[in-house]
Every structure is written in structure tokens, then in C-alpha cells.
Design a protein around this ligand. Structure first.
Ligand code: NAD
Length: 260
């Protein structure tokens, strides 16, 4: 089945994995609703890059901690495209700190952006998605949805939560030609990972080089970062006919991390 002419709303698609997924879908003729923060000129350049692939791409700057902005983003997408066919809940932030010093507002932000936003986006798109008779919901989880690392209480909690949400939604929409799955990547070299290297070094009292070799890639038995293209390829696979009966589960792409 061709995805041409369908619409994907990808939260957190101004950067990293989200933008990679947007590029991959646009290559297949999928219209894109971009979301996320960043420099407005850079976002516009990326939006135009997507449109250069022959699709329509719009941008909405909804803050994933604000349910009313999320609802406005979905309403905007539906006004433009009729309905959202593919929802990718991808926006995320990280904060690394021992719990005693972990700021309350960072806990709330991570739970809001990584977990609660998926509830709000899914709730908002589902009516029209059901009417359209086809849909794919993809939640960007993490190896940290399956196992923990110290100093990441909020992130690990939110990512474990999103797997529960994925399973529940998989069942709720099972007979509507809609699937809901999660992707659990190990470390992908994006700004999110780059930015936590210094904090992890500080929290553990080791050098930044040691963080890369002995903390990040220590867990990855392949000794390679996962690439954005590999994660984007899995998102595309989950939208294929082959994946029609894959629902309520997760695909792990972590270089063997969680097998050990
Ligand atoms: P990134 O920092 O490159 O991108 C994160 C995106 O989320 C950006 O577009 C950012 O603007 C957006 N965002 C942040 N706060 C937001 C908010 N309040 N409202 C709307 N958008 C917001 O990071 P990434 O590595 O591409 O991460 C994307 C997803 O992949 C996240 O959910 C992350 O947890 C997950 N993930 C990343 C890795 C990795 O190693 N990079 C591994 C596993 C899972």
C-alpha cells in the first residue's frame, strides 16, 4: 500500500529523530505536520526542505506540556488535511541528576512532554482517524522504557509509562484498522544525547570521553550509536501492510543493550 497523500503529525520534529522521520515520510509522499521548538528561520528552512520533496508541510509550535495547545495543533492539522493518518509521539527532553537535586519542574516537564502529551495527541486525533478507517500511532520510547539507568528518574518513569499506554491503545483500537506501537532505541547521536554528556560526566565525576565510551556505548554491544535513519526506517515499516498485525508492542533497536 502506498502512503502517498496521507498525513503524519510528528511531535518534536524540528530536530533529531523527529525530523529524520519527517524526511523519510515526506520521501514517501506523506504530508507533514511539524512540531517542536527552535530557531524560526531554521524551522522554516526544514519545512521548505520537506516541501521540496513534493508534499505539503505545515508547522505548529504547540508546547507538549500544554493540552490546549496540543488540541489546537490537531485542529489545525485536521483543518488543513482532513485528518491525521499517522501520529508519531516523539517530542522528548532529558534531565540527568541524583533525585535529591532533581528539580520538581523538570520532573513535571518530562512526564508532561514524554508521557502525558501522547495521551492528549492520541485523544485528539482518534475520532477522525477512526472515521478515516486507517491509522498508525507510533510512540518514541527508548531502551529506558525497558531498563533503568541511575540519575534519570523522570525519563525512565515516563518511558516505562509510554509502553503501558502503547499496550492499552493497541487493544482499544485493534478492530479499527489502527495500530499503536512503540520504538525503543538505544543511544542515537542527536542533540538530546549530546547535551546530556556534560551533565552525566558531572553527576558521575568522570570525563566526557568516558561518558561516551564507558557509559553510553558501554551498554550498546555493537559499539555503535543507532542512526536516525534506522529509527525512521522502523517508523516507516510500522506503517506498511506487513506490520498490520503488529500492535500494542515495541520494536527494540538498541545494539543488544537490553538483551544483556
Ligand atoms: P532532540 O533533542 O533532537 O529532539 C527533541 C524534539 O522535541 C525537538 O524537536 C524539540 O524541540 C522537541 N521538544 C522538546 N520539548 C518540547 C515541548 N515542550 N513541546 C514540543 N516539542 C518539544 O532529541 P531526539 O534524540 O531526536 O529525541 C526524540 C525522541 O527520541 C525523544 O522522545 C527521546 O526520548 C527519544 N529517544 C532518543 C534517544 C537518543 O539517544 N537520542 C534514544 C531513545 C529515545
Amino acid at each position: 500500500m502506498s502512503l502517498k497523500g496521507k498525513t503524519a503529525l510528528i511531535t518534536g520534529s524540528t530536530s533529531g529523530i523527529g525530523f529524520g522521520i519527517a524526511q523519510n515520510f515526506a520521501d514517501q509522499g506523506v504530508n507533514i505536520v511539524m512540531n517542536g521548538f527552535g530557531d524560526s528561520n531554521e524551522i522554516e528552512t526544514k519545512r521548505k526542505e520537506l516541501e521540496g520533496k513534493g508534499v505539503t508541510a505545515i508547522y505548529h509550535g504547540a508546547d507538549m506540556t500544554k493540552p490546549e495547545e496540543i488540541r489546537d495543533m490537531v485542529a489545525t492539522a485536521e483543518k488543513e488535511f482532513g485528518n491525521v493518518d499517522i501520529l508519531v509521539n516523539n517530542a522528548g527532553i532529558q534531565y540527568v541528576s541524583p533525585i535529591e537535586e532533581f528539580p520538581e519542574e523538570k520532573w513535571d516537564a518530562i512526564i508532561g512532554i514524554v508521557l502525558s502529551s501522547a495521551f492528549h495527541t492520541t485523544k485528539a486525533v482518534l475520532g477522525r482517524m477512526r472515521e478515516a478507517g486507517w491509522g498508525r500511532i507510533i510512540n518514541m520510547c527508548s531502551a529506558h522504557g525497558l531498563v533503568a539507568s541511575p540519575y534519570k528518574t523522570a525519563y525512565v518513569s515516563a518511558k516505562h509509562g509510554i509502553l503501558g499506554f502503547t499496550k492499552t491503545m493497541g487493544l482499544e483500537v485493534a478492530q479499527d484498522n489502527i495500530t499503536c506501537n512503540a520504538i525503543c532505541p538505544g543511544y542515537v547521536f542527536t542533540p538530546l544525547v549530546e547535551n546530556q554528556i556534560a551533565d552525566t560526566a558531572k553527576a558521575r565525576g568522570i570525563s566526557e570521553e568516558d561518558v561516551i565510551n564507558n557509559v553510553l556505548l558501554a551498554a550498546q554491544w555493537t559499539k555503535k550509536f543507532v542512526t536516525i535513519e534506522q529509527v525512521a526506517g522502523i517508523a516507516l515499516f510500522l506503517c506498511s501492510d506487513t506490520a498490520e498485525n503488529i500492535t500494542g508492542t515495541d520494536i527494540v533497536v538498541d545494539g543488544g543493550w537490553t538483551a544483556a
